[in-house]
Design a protein around this ligand. Sequence first.
Ligand code: GLP
Length: 248
Amino acid sequence: MKIVIEQDYQKMSDRAAAIIARQVICKPDSVLGFATGSTPVGTYNKLAHMNKEGLVDFSKVTTFNLDEYAGLDENDQNSYRYFMNQNLFDHINIDKENTHVPKGNLDNLNEVCAQYEQAIANSGGIDLQLLGIGHNGHIGFNEPGASLDSLTHVVDLSSRTIEANARFFESAEKVPRQAISMGIKTIMKSKQIILLCSGKDKSDAIYEALFGDITQQVPASILQLHPNITFIIDKDAAEKICAKGLDK
Ligand code: GLP
C-alpha cells in the first residue's frame, strides 16, 4: 500500500490524473472504474485537459462507475450518469457506448445489479478503480456494516450519507434512500486502486481506513488488504495521520 500526501487538492488531482493517464497510455483498451462526488472532479478536469492536449487517448477505453441512485433517470441532474457526462465523458474522446453506470430507474434492480457485475467480468475486469471515501468510511455506497464479500447490489443509504449528499439536492428529503453500488468484493477484484481524499472533515475517516482495524464498520479499511493500492491524500485530510505519525 502506498500513501502519497500532496500539498493541496490540485496537486492531489494532478497526481491521480497522471496515474490514470499512464494506465491508458500503457494499455489503450484499459477498463477504468470511476467514482462520483466532489473529490474526483479535479482529476476529471485534468484528464479532459490532457486529452485535449493529445497526451492521452480514451477512444478504446471502457469504464464502469461505482454506483447510481435508485429511481433517478439518467437525464436527472442528480444522477451519477449525468454527473459523469458533465464532468468527464462529454469532454474526452471516449465512445459513450463503452461507458457504464448502473441504471437506477429500471424495475428489477436486482437483475440490473447481476447484469452489471457480469458486464464487468465480461470486460476482463477493472484495471484501475478510482475511489473517494465518505465521512463514515464508505466506499461506493457500501455503508458501515456492508458485507466484505458483496458484489454489485442494492443498498439502503445511511442517514449520514443522505445528509452529506443533500447539498446536491433541493433538500435532504429529495435524496433517494436507496442506490445500486458495486460491492466491496467487486472493488477488491480491481487490479489497481487509487483512493482520493481531500479536506480536514475526512481526516478521521482516512486515518481509520489506513490505520484502524479492518472492520465492516469502516468499509474502506478492507482496502488495507489490496495488493496494489495508492492513497492520494491532501495535507488537510492527512492532518490526523501527520499528528499521530505513520506508525499508528
Ligand atoms: C458518495 C459516493 C462515493 C463518494 C462519496 C464522497 O456517497 N457514492 O463514491 O466517494 O460520496 O463524496 P465527496 O467526494 O463529495 O465527499
